[in-house]
Design a protein around this ligand. Structure first.
Ligand SMILES: NC(=O)c1ccc[n+]([C@@H]2O[C@H](COP(=O)([O-])OP(=O)(O)OC[C@H]3O[C@@H](n4cnc5c(N)ncnc54)[C@H](OP(=O)(O)O)[C@@H]3O)[C@@H](O)[C@H]2O)c1
Length: 314
């Protein structure tokens, strides 16, 4: 079992550099007893969100029973109400943990660690944790979840391509003017269809427990590059005008964005986007044996689906 990795060797947490420590994926060779004929469901947290929805859809398409974990789920699951955790985990064989809003917020490390402990105590040994790349608090959460004794796979992701099509940047793209405090920093945006493929592999196949997959796309892009790709794919002029973090925060406050969200954005743009993540990794290839999708194809397909058509709800 991969869970025999000792605490000293464990590849999660800031003391470790992912690709130096993590052993090669050993696909198909007994690290777990899960079979896809197992009728017990997989609990997918954030199942109505960007990554969870994709994970849940893929599991269901593979005839794996899914329990949607969110405040709208049955039973409901709420990070802020630990009394909901045990019912959501009842009879579950594995769990995909996507914390909301971000592992950097106060209480997230403790909540994810405690949740994983409840999961293991109730028999859901296999756990996949979504974490953010280059975030010290996220690495503490990785350690807290690993301490539960779960057969853990960490999916440590860079910024999502889908932030532009489904997430917080979309309204600005619809307006034709994107003002973000991203300067000319490069980021290897990842397609969360790839992320979901990795998560599903880890939830359903042997050989991924104990692995840390640091996920990026195949190419570094500035925000200006990304917006140019989208502009080209949509055939609409969309401009990028970098602003300071302070200007961005003031504009959000003026629009009535809650302070917690402003603080998270300021942290992500002001601290995490400082060049620490400005390199691509081989996480998708190590997990799936194929290359990650390029931004160009993401932009083309999202445009074709109407992601930047203001009449469409996403
Ligand atoms: N965006 C990125 O570029 C990026 C990169 C790396 C890592 N991440 C990580 O990805 C995770 C998800 O972020 P996201 O922005 O993509 O969100 P998201 O998954 O698109 O959306 C939120 C989901 O969380 C659920 N949710 C909201 N509040 C909840 C609560 N109190 N208890 C339980 N469930 C709740 C929502 O369902 P209900 O409303 O039904 O509860 C929904 O399913 C975060 O941990 C973030 O750090 C994001």
């Amino acid at each position: 079992m991969e869970s025999s990795v000792s605490a000293m060797e464990r590849p999660f947490g800031s003391a470790y550099v992912a690709d130096q420590v993590v052993r090669k994926a050993d696909h198909g060779q007994g690290d777990g007893s899960m079979t896809n004929t197992d009728p017990r469901p997989v609990l997918v947290l954030g199942a109505t969100g960007k990554t969870g929805r994709r994970v849940a859809d893929r599991l269901a398409a593979s005839d794996v029973a899914v329990r949607a974990g969110s405040r709208r789920g049955t039973p409901p699951f709420d990070w802020h109400d630990p009394a909901t955790w045990s019912p959501a985990l009842d009879g579950v064989r594995a769990a995909y943990i996507s914390y909301y809003p971000d592992l950097a917020v106060p209480g997230a490390v403790e909540a994810t660690g405690k949740f994983a402990k409840v999961a293991v105590d109730q028999g859901a040994n296999r756990v996949v944790l979504l974490a953010g790349r280059g975030e010290a608090e996220a690495e503490r959460a990785e350690e807290a979840v690993a301490d539960s004794g779960a057969d853990l796979t960490v999916v440590r992701s860079t910024w999502f391509m889908q932030n532009f099509s489904e997430g917080d940047f979309r309204p600005q793209l619809l307006s034709g003017l994107v003002t973000l405090p991203a300067g000319d920093m490069v980021e290897p945006f990842v397609d969360i269809d790839d992320l979901a493929d990795v998560a599903v592999a880890a939830l359903t196949e042997d050989g991924h427990a104990g692995q840390l997959y640091e996920l990026t796309g195949p190419r570094l892009l500035t925000f200006a590059d990304a917006i140019e790709e989208i502009s080209g794919a949509t055939g609409r002029e969309i401009r990028y005008a970098p602003v300071s973090v302070e200007e961005f925060a003031a504009a959000m406050a003026a629009q009535g964005v809650p302070m917690e969200a402003i603080e998270i954005f300021s942290f992500l743009f002001g601290e995490i986007l400082d060049g620490r993540n400005a390199h691509v990794t081989d996480g998708v290839r190590r997990a799936l044996g194929r290359e990650p999708r390029d931004f160009k194809y993401f932009a083309r397909d999202a445009a074709a689906r109407g992601a930047w058509d203001s009449s469409q709800k996403v």
